[in-house]
Design a binder for this molecule. Structure first.
Ligand code: PRX
Length: 665
């Protein structure tokens, strides 16, 4: 672990405070800090009673639970264990016979601009029909299904259909490579893949099925018996007889009714792979009951969802945000939500603002990177400025995935929220299943760049390496001291890694270690996240392990002898990937170096995906190492930032190479 860095230093002096207006407080579900404090007090007083009450109020149980929390095998906590439910029934069936039945569940806007609306009743029929198609291919409760889909209704349908029959889905973001897909299929032991022939992004048709074929062709994927192919476009793709089936064929003749399969609360709803500090991504396993409770509850708490809201979370279903706040939360809460296909800058960089106007979006939830890039576009091209769109339908804004710098926060607040919409800066992780530390729109006074306070019942704290609380104003490691319903249950196939990565023995073995550095403000006790303390980078809100990229680079055995990857701050993407590479053939310069750098980037894109391409590549005949052979990463981080080296380099085995590593390609 490294000491927490302070990527957002300017928030250290942040003293602007924006309390919610009286009207916002009055209209909110949790009213003012009194409302918030009352819930926190309830959780403090009777922790299990608090969660039991919320679980009964927010989830439809077919068999009620009798035990709330089982800590007997900590940190493998179990919540609502003997309760039974179905996640899809909690998102769809429960609205039948209510005013929500014919309400629009999803407004889908395609890459080309076409809009399709689907009601809750129609969505239930689609999900049921696809669930029957899964069953017809022999897929059952407990099987794993890999979903590799573009953004759109069908991806959500696939996830919900898995949940309906008790199959565990594992969604892989459509930007990951064939190799990444293959590794995830093998680790999950998936029996089927749900994909599309192509995906549309910015007017371009990009293959998905082709990548699936390539991934399966890499070997070891014999568990896959079926590949379902959604025909997103009219273009043909390769189909393997007996294994592959189009959506049209699979759905033909299937009933639009399918009885939901009841599962125990702890049944794995999904596995989602994310990066850690080793080369191998971790399959984060989530439960059904706890995850669903959280998705529904945080829609109500964090977004203060009202029945007439139009909710829009811009995240892809390939990430946890798209699981909690596209595929499950909005549906469980009975919201109308927007799903968009494509990219924010096509047909122009005003698309988000135009879509807010077009669909009367009232709650908008996006990532700081998107905001920063759209600020740049708006400032350089008046035609895509948000002022050109009517944003008066908005009432709440949200931010997720990385620290939001106060400058971007202020722009978002003024230009999008017109100084009347609270911004909920939600801190959470793939592992937490949903929001952990966030303002509540009708309660929390906002401070730009701070995710403010933990949700009621979330016992967040900042501690030192021994697990001792540090005083406000001092930096330390973020932990959650007590379990919570939507927490990660284990790492798929690797319970030992689950224990050691998240519940360090030095801290007593029961504190959840988030992997982020944080500091609480001296005055309000507000949390500010200062960045990862492990070898995980956050590039445009995408989590990448440095070791993962290093492994990919050294796998290019004809060229690369050694590689070290670090992050450096970047104005647009938050962090940027910087790779230091030792080639087998000496240090290249000029055009040749540029050419090799390109080759290496393309290679990484093939090994992991384009999001993992290093922005900077530097070549040296060696890496800075101590005499015992340890790479001095701290030094590499300074070099990557372009800092003058003031550190003591006398322990370096080879100080001369620092000069070589200065040139970026
Ligand atoms: O470093 C934190 C950062 O994103 C990491 C989690 O990434 P991932 O599992 O991909 O989930 C992203 C979507 C929830 C965290 O360890 N992070 C997430 N939200 C924030 C944040 N950093 C600062 N502020 C946030 N609001």
């Amino acid at each position: 672990m490294t000491t927490p860095n302070t990527a957002v230093e300017s928030t250290l002096v942040e003293n602007r405070v924006f309390p919610p207006s009286e009207a916002t407080v009055k209209a909110a579900r949790i009213q003012g800090m009194e409302g918030y404090n009352a819930l926190c007090a309830e959780a403090e007083k009777d922790f299990e009673g608090f969660w039991a009450r919320l679980a009964r109020e927010n989830v439809v149980w077919n068999k009620p639970f009798t035990q709330t929390l089982d800590e007997s095998n900590a940190p493998f906590y179990k919540w609502f264990q003997d309760g039974e439910l179905n996640a899809s029934a909690n998102c769809l069936d429960k609205h039948m016979g209510t005013p929500n039945e014919n309400k629009t569940a999803v407004i889908f806007e395609a890459d080309g601009g076409e809009v399709t609306k689907t009601t809750y009743k129609e969505l239930l029929a689609k999900v049921s029909q696809f669930a029957n198609a899964l069953k017809a291919r022999g897929i059952n409760k407990g099987d794993r299904v890999l979903v590799y889909m573009p953004m759109g209704l069908e991806g959500v349908v696939a996830m919900q259909a898995c949940a309906r029959i008790g199959a565990t889905h594992s969604v892989v973001f459509g930007g990951f490579s064939a190799k990444a897909l293959q590794e995830r299929i093998i680790d999950a032991g998936a029996v089927a893949v749900v994909t599309a022939n192509y995906q549309l992004r910015g007017g371009k048709e990009l293959p998905l099925k082709g990548i699936v074929d390539e991934g399966l062709g890499l070997g070891g994927c014999e568990s896959i018996k079926t590949v379902f192919v959604f025909e997103r476009t009219a273009s043909k793709c390769n189909m393997v007889a007996g294994r592959d089936i189009t959506f049209t064929e699979a759905l033909a003749g299937q009933s639009t009714e399918c009885e939901p399969v009841l599962v125990g609360a702890e049944h794995p709803l999904f596995i989602l792979f994310t990066s850690g500090s080793t080369g191998k991504p971790k399959g984060v396993q989530h439960s059904t009951g706890g995850f669903l409770l959280w998705a529904k509850l945080t829609m109500d708490w964090t977004f203060d969802l009202k029945q007439d809201d139009v909710f829009w979370c811009t995240a892809d279903i390939g990430w946890i945000t798209g699981h909690a706040y596209v595929a499950y939360g909005p549906l469980a809460a009975g919201a109308t939500q927007i799903i968009f296909e494509g990219i924010p800058t096509y047909p122009n960089a005003g698309r988000f603002w135009q879509m807010i106007e077009r669909h009367k979006c009232s709650i908008f939830y996006t990532a700081p990177t998107a905001i920063r890039s759209l600020i740049k576009s708006a400032e350089s091209d008046e035609k895509v400025h948000p002022d050109r769109s009517d944003l008066s339908s908005l009432r709440i804004l949200g931010s997720v995935g990385e620290p939001i710098n106060p400058e971007a926060w202020m722009w978002y607040y003024k230009n999008i929220g017109k100084e009347k919409c609270p911004i909920v800066d939600t801190f959470w992780q793939t592992e937490t299943g949903g929001h952990m530390i966030t303002p509540l729109p009708g309660a929390t006074p906002l401070v730009p760049g701070s995710c403010t306070l933990p949700l009621p019942g979330i016992m967040a704290a900042i501690v030192d390496e021994a697990g001792q609380d540090v005083p406000n104003g001092s930096g330390g490691m973020l932990v959650i001291k007590r379990p919570w319903p939507s927490m990660i249950r284990t790492i798929w196939n690797d319970p030992e890694r689950f224990k050691t990565s998240y519940f360090p023995a030095e801290m007593g073995g029961t504190y959840y270690l988030a992997g982020d550095g944080a500091v609480r403000s001296a005055d309000r006790g507000y949390f500010r996240i200062t960045g990862r303390i492990d070898d995980v980078l956050n590039v445009s809100g995408h989590r990448m392990g440095t070791m993962e990229i290093e492994s990919a680079l050294v796998a290019k055995t004809d060229l690369v002898a050694e590689a070290a990857v670090v992050g450096r701050p970047d104005d647009l993407t938050g962090e940027a990937i910087c790779a230091f590479v030792v080639l087998k053939r000496g240090v290249p310069t000029g055009d040749e170096a540029k050419q090799i750098a390109k080759e290496l980037r393309d290679w990484v894109a093939k090994e992991i995906g384009p999001i993992a391409k290093p922005k900077d590549i530097r070549f040296g005949e060696n890496l800075p190492k101590t005499r015992s052979g340890k790479i001095m990463r701290r030094l590499l981080r300074s070099l990557a930032k372009g800092e003058t080296i003031t550190q003591d380099t006398s322990t370096l085995e080879n100080p001369a190479i620092l000069g070589q590593l200065g040139q970026t390609y």
